[in-house]
Design a protein around this ligand. Sequence first.
Ligand code: NAD
Ligand code: TYD
Length: 351
Amino acid sequence: MDKSILITGGAGFIGSHTVRQFVTRYPGYRIVNLDKLTYAGNLENLTDIEDAPNYHFVRGDIYDAAFLKELFEQYRFDGVIHLAAESHVDRSISDPNEFIKTNVMGTANLLNVARSHWEGNFEGKLFYHISTDEVYGSLEEGGYFTEDTPYDPRSPYSASKASSDHLVRAYYNTYQLPMVISNCSNNYGPNQFPEKLIPLFINNIKNNRALPVYGKGENVRDWLYVEDHAQAIDLIYHQGRIGHTYNIGGDNEWRNIDLIRKLCEIMDRKLGRKQGESAQLISFVKDRAGHDLRYAIDCSKLKDELGWRQQVTFSQGLEKTVDWYLENQEWLNHVLTGEYEEYYRRQYVER
Ligand code: NAD
Ligand code: TYD
């Protein structure tokens, strides 16, 4: 094997697209997907590649330092691509502790094990930490987040991600642990758990359920198709400069209410409803506590230095996403009923 790479959180939304990107593009790499399989982790995201000879799945918790040590000894990783996290802002507001355990302590555990395993020979090693634009805080109408924007996290989720970013940089500065960080804007696409805006609303529209728009729907997010993110991760893993941060974004800002109306139009067309029908489900509800107004990413460093470009336009991406959810009702049913635990047992425990 050319390289042995640990991808954490590979059964989740972005993680599964990243695992697929690496497993299919680099048959010479051994890719180990470590995932705890929380409610957000689903091995059914990876059925197409689960039998690939260079792919291995291990169920485990990054909070468990002793387990991580054994895993590193067994697989002798050259690289870590760290995506495992609690990722939903609303859950972080109702229960912050799990975010601190996984996002902060879990990252610290991974850094410690990578450092002690690689100590004395950092050549060819890389700790790649996947983070979010939410660490930069909230913008008003103008301006963009750059790699130099001071951190100003405002939710328990973003504070936990900011803490982990700081730890990764501290390990580089203090111990020279080779690392790179990327901070990405909102992702959308197939396999996203239907608690986040786009998949939740697709599912609700389909089932004629109310669409709960927080506040006035004026908050702005910058949306990126998930496969474009996975390609950026591939590029940064291989060509990013050690010790650097890269912002990743869609150059694609939408006010929530405008995005939701666009989604309703697409759904009307796909479901054969008359135009305007799905939009009647829109229901303005109490705002999220501490709701960040606007995120917008300047990703010119990634474009100029590494030549990355978004490949999928928002119209294309939304069509693909809606089609995927409409064609994968079974996936949704399993996720919503927790039946994928059953799948795990069939696939990995009982065979
Ligand atoms: P997700 O919630 O879909 O998946 C997270 C995965 O991590 C799940 O498979 C879960 O089982 C696993 N996990 C959780 N706790 C774990 C633990 N203690 N040990 C091992 N595995 C654990 O998240 P996502 O949306 O795919 O996000 C992945 C990463 O990308 C996160 O670090 C997130 O902060 C970051 N990110 C997400 C977005 C976005 O829009 N979704 C944008 C920018 C950055
Ligand atoms: P979300 O998908 O949770 O991502 P994030 O909060 O990390 O940006 O939410 C995207 C936007 O949609 C955010 O401004 C909150 C809003 N939103 C709603 O209005 N209603 C909802 O039910 C959800 C889940 C989100």
